[in-house]
Design a protein. Structure first.
Length: 114
């Protein structure tokens, strides 16, 4: 059974930082492209960052220079380091793995507010 379990969300002030984690099981993690998406209330789901099996990364323009995606294949975990957070980054952040099939985690809430 495939499981993606996100953690690390919470409430942070503008300008602050958070590190999200997504622990995967039931997949050959090292062969999967891993993604972080986010969805804010009333908005469409948005791709935030992606990391391929070889470690190549892509980012949404809105987070370039502030967010960093990384992976640890030994721990079957993908991370999203989020710095200089803004109120508009508030959303549920979801982990996604993709190879032959696509799997989703349950999401973790990130709230940026003073």
């Amino acid at each position: 059974q495939v499981q993606l379990v996100e953690s690390g969300g919470g409430l942070v002030q503008p300008g602050g930082s958070l590190r999200l984690s997504c622990a995967a099981s039931g997949i050959v993690f090292s062969l999967n492209v891993m993604h972080w998406y986010r969805q804010a209330p009333g908005k469409e789901r948005e791709l935030v960052a992606r990391i391929t099996s070889s470690g190549s990364t892509d980012y949404a323009d809105s987070v370039k220079g502030r967010f960093t995606i990384s992976r640890d294949n030994a721990k079957n975990t993908v991370y999203l380091q989020m710095n200089s957070l803004k109120p508009e980054d508030t959303a549920v952040y979801l982990c996604n793995s993709r190879r032959q099939f696509s799997y989703w985690g349950q999401g973790t809430q990130v709230t940026v507010s003073s």
